[in-house]
Design a protein around this ligand. Sequence first.
Ligand SMILES: Cc1cc2nc3c(=O)[nH]c(=O)nc-3n(C[C@H](O)[C@H](O)[C@H](O)COP(=O)(O)OP(=O)(O)OC[C@H]3O[C@@H](n4cnc5c(N)ncnc54)[C@H](O)[C@@H]3O)c2cc1C
Length: 430
Amino acid sequence: MQQAIGPTSKTYDVLVVGGGPAGSTASTLLSELGWRVGLIEKERHPRFHIGESLLPWNLPIFERLSVLDEVRKIGVVKNGIDFSEPSDGREISFAFRDARTPTPPSAFQVRRSELDELLLRNAVKRGVEVAEEFRVTEVDFDQPDRVSIDTIGPDGGAARWHARFLVDASGRDTLLGRALSIKERHPSHRSAAVFSHFKGVTRSGDKRAGNIGVHWFDQGWIWIIPLRDDITSVGAVAAPSYFQNTGLDHDALLLATISRSPAVAARMRNATMVMPASMTGNFSYICRRMWGARYMLIGDAFAFVDPVFSSGVYLAMDGAVSAADAIDTYLRNQEKGTALFDRHERRVRRGISNYSWFIERFNEPATKALFMNPSNVLGMQSAILARLAGDVHSVARLWLPLGLYKLIYNCIRLLGARANSTPAPGDQVN
Ligand SMILES: Cc1cc2nc3c(=O)[nH]c(=O)nc-3n(C[C@H](O)[C@H](O)[C@H](O)COP(=O)(O)OP(=O)(O)OC[C@H]3O[C@@H](n4cnc5c(N)ncnc54)[C@H](O)[C@@H]3O)c2cc1C
């Protein structure tokens, strides 16, 4: 049930732009803390969204929002991750239960249309006033004690809304990042993806049936995400140049890419595409500022790294939880709140950079070598698993094994570089 917002009810303590996981989480928690919260979403849920594989550390957040049982009903249980690379067709499985830090042993794969609708309806149940099909077009910070925003509604009509505080959860639209010119693209990490849903993709008959598959091909990697009702999400990620000037449409491009991974091609022998393939590009960015007087950026509205470790929804929701706590304090006491904003920002940035190190090196031969030949010496593999499960904040139990992993990674790279620069017998040397 939507709680309609009438023309007389347009002043709030907090306005949240965007009804994705970040916006729904922050608005629900702030409403539970007693604030009057309005959420404005440009689309009507349910709506398609990419980002279907969740992490184990999402579960405590679902519990805090009192939706874990409902998420369980729409999800496929994901116990771990399967990796393969094309040279030998071997598959290696990592199980979350082997993580080095206390970690929920599984996560869920979900249709985002269902998850996002569930989270948004839950926000309404907890008192958030939600307006769907209202697109925010302008933000105005001119008044010293409030922020105002302009929207275009479903009938094309304009409206103005006011609040003491604005949360930008507009995702990759990056409403404030663009308006304040604070969005910065990663200097080198760029990629694009083509993806669709399929029926009839083979699943293993054991505990790995719901695992995400992450399968390298020569120019990138392919995800396989099992959803309910025999639907599987399959997408390929590579440098934008890989997708350009091929002369293929999105469907053909995805199918041609799938054939580059023996492991994926084998599982998709009898599969049929059930929706047209889509494409999205240029992922990595971060905003120079996360907050200012009367505003905060959360989730993808602040930063997006890359889809490879399925971290987006978790990072968005985890950040939304700590943002809601800080905003609650700020609305009661600005000085104390500002100190908490600083702490919140450091926490979010640390989480992102803990993932980025692995993400930026994911397509390197050294990563493939280490992931495909895992070793648990000093707890290395179980530490990697803790990170992949979403434990981006633990330090004490992870710094040594992860430090060792990074050292070995760098040695392999160095040796690889040396081997490449050493002329092979018979090479001509000028
Ligand atoms: C190819 C690809 C694959 C991915 N795979 C995964 C994955 O497997 N697992 C994972 O966890 N993450 C994945 N992600 C990332 C994930 O999609 C995002 O990190 C996650 O959705 C972020 O949540 P959010 O709430 O910040 O933003 P969103 O979920 O994008 O929500 C933002 C909302 O704001 C609304 N909005 C935007 N602008 C306005 C406006 N002006 N006015 C009103 N409303 C507005 C939008 O309609 C949207 O509903 C993937 C991303 C990509 C690109």
